[in-house]
Design a protein around this ligand. Structure first.
Ligand SMILES: [Fe+2]
Length: 272
């Protein structure tokens, strides 16, 4: 059975199992809605340049407690010309055509075990691409053919441009943070989420604010933080991120940062 993906904090713990069924993110894509800030506007899933040899694409929102929850993926062109894909969104013919125009999809990674919904779709579209699993996903998706489990060391095929570190110590879920060196971009799935204050209203905004996911104070979902019982490893991971001194921050959920991201990242991960 597939499990929820693209979950915000209240799902990150993944306990109890029945809660998943109630607020499953594997509902069909949510209807398109428009907000003044645009965060919940589903785009055409077009590739957009994010930095040198780095692109992003916004996916169709997925439903969370009735709220359309925005998603985003990243794509990097390696020095070889091959394409490295991060956290793939639902694929469309248009998006596939745009990617094919850039280069061959060769490596597909995802940041944590909740971001797995569309891996099969991408692997079927590019059968020569190699899938790499974050901690916990090989066990969760035995139906997929993974080439490796992602650790702290980048594979030779992408290490020239991309670094990585695993935030370990949670008893529910660990996340891999990637750093794209040419654009100095930190790429994060669920570890930092930054929803604009005016993108949501009512009790849902109160809930998201309480969970630490709103605006410039966006951070890690509070319930997920509680599952990091041993934080030494996560602190070492954070120190590695700080050494990278990222200029940009590319997120799966919420507003990205295109300059001066380092201080914001430090503040967002201060809880560790
Ligand atoms: Fe997510």
């Amino acid at each position: 059975m597939l499990r929820p993906s693209f979950a915000p904090g209240l799902l990150a713990v993944e306990l109890p199992y029945r809660l998943d069924a109630f607020i499953s993110h594997e509902h069909p894509p949510a209807p398109t809605v428009r907000r003044s800030c645009g965060v919940f506007v589903t785009g055409a899933r077009r590739l957009e340049p994010f930095g040198p040899s780095l692109y992003s694409a916004s996916g169709a929102p997925v439903s969370f407690l009735g709220v359309p929850y925005p998603t985003r993926m990243a794509l990097a062109q390696l020095p070889s010309g091959a394409i490295w894909v991060w956290s793939p969104i639902q694929l469309t013919d248009q998006l596939a055509t745009e990617i094919d125009a850039i280069g061959p999809v060769q490596e597909i990674v995802t940041p944590n075990k909740l971001h797995h919904l569309f891996l099969r779709q991408w692997q079927e579209r590019w059968p020569g691409a190699r899938l790499h699993a974050p901690p916990g996903l090989i066990r969760k998706r035995p139906d997929l053919q993974f080439c490796s489990e992602i650790g702290d060391e980048p594979l030779p095929i992408w290490k020239e441009d991309i670094e990585q570190v695993v935030f370990r110590g949670s008893f529910t879920m660990e996340e891999v943070a990637f750093f794209h060196r040419p654009s100095r971009t930190l790429i994060i799935g669920d570890l930092i989420q930054r929803f604009p204050e005016d993108s949501i209203s009512g009790w849902r905004r109160t809930l998201m604010r309480w969970d630490g996911l709103m605006g410039d104070r966006g951070s890690t979902p509070r319930d997920w933080r509680l599952t990091f019982l041993r934080r030494g490893s996560a602190r070492r991971a954070r120190a590695k991120v700080e050494v990278w001194h990222p200029e940009r921050l590319l997120l799966a959920h919420g507003e990205c940062v295109r300059e001066g991201a380092s201080s914001l990242i430090t503040a967002a991960l201060a809880w560790i």
